[in-house]
Design a protein around this ligand. Structure first.
Ligand code: ATP
Ligand code: ZN
Length: 216
């Protein structure tokens, strides 16, 4: 019999670079649910789970607050959010890195070159931690999008943004000089999960492990 207390609320990115592999993971685990219907919430027909479809930036907060029990999000977004949750599984997809880049013509000799300079980013926390560890005092310009154009419009000396292939940097006349954070999709869990939900989570993780072992 289905016990309501054991139903796990799972937050997934509605549409974006995490979605396809996140949805695919549950499919491979044999957990059925309807997606792509425009609904923001749906239940699985064969597993005690409910799915919420959200913007990725909202997932860490929802999981910390317990609105969702677990979620799949990029480690970059989770760390930058500074929200508290447990990392239950590293999923190995949506791999990317956060890197600092400068205009191609700039002669770059090392991270000390940024002393007294400015860097534009949507990741002020991760960048700030990196610079602090390196002993570099630079100004961080927080901007929410189109970070790559900042140097060409005179807003900053460098940028710090997500890189996967590097083609966006190239087309904006930039070169990657420091990789500061490596990210992949992670499964995060609310810190105060009930015993019943923990049992459901363990069933889910058992299947995830089996799927991943079969793939490797
Ligand atoms: P949302 O509309 O949900 O806010 P978004 O535009 O902020 O989405 P996406 O571009 O879909 O985010 O990226 C989601 C996550 O996928 C990133 O935070 C990162 O972890 C990962 N990612 C970003 N770019 C790439 C890439 N080029 N290749 C692989 N993974 C990436
Ligand atoms: Zn986002």
């Amino acid at each position: 019999m289905l016990n309501k207390d054991s139903i796990l609320r799972i937050a997934l990115q509605k549409s974006g670079r995490l979605s396809e592999d996140s949805f695919g993971l549950f499919k491979e685990c044999g957990i059925k649910f309807e997606s792509g219907t425009g609904k923001l919430k749906t239940s699985s027909s064969n597993f005690p789970a409910e799915f919420l479809f959200l913007r990725d930036d909202d997932i860490p907060g929802y999981v910390e607050d317990g609105v969702a029990d677990i979620g799949i999000v990029g480690e970059n977004v989770f760390v930058e959010s500074n929200r508290k949750a447990d990392i239950s599984y590293r999923l190995g997809f949506s791999k990317c890195r956060l890197s600092i880049a400068v205009p191609r013509g700039v002669d770059y000799n090392g991270v000390d070159d940024f002393q007294g300079k400015s860097i534009a980013t949507s990741y002020p926390r991760i960048l700030g931690d990196f610079l602090k560890k390196q002993g570099v005092k630079a100004e961080i310009h927080e901007i929410s999008g189109s970070v790559e154009i900042a140097p060409s419009i005179g807003l900053a000396d460098g940028v710090c943004d997500i890189v996967s292939s590097g083609s966006t940097l190239l087309s904006n006349g930039l070169k990657e000089v420091e990789a500061i954070f490596r990210s992949e999709a992670i499964l995060i869990t609310n810190k105060k999960l009930s015993k019943e939900k923990h049992e459901t989570l363990n069933k889910l993780l058992f299947r995830v492990r089996a799927v991943q072992t079969a793939q490797n």
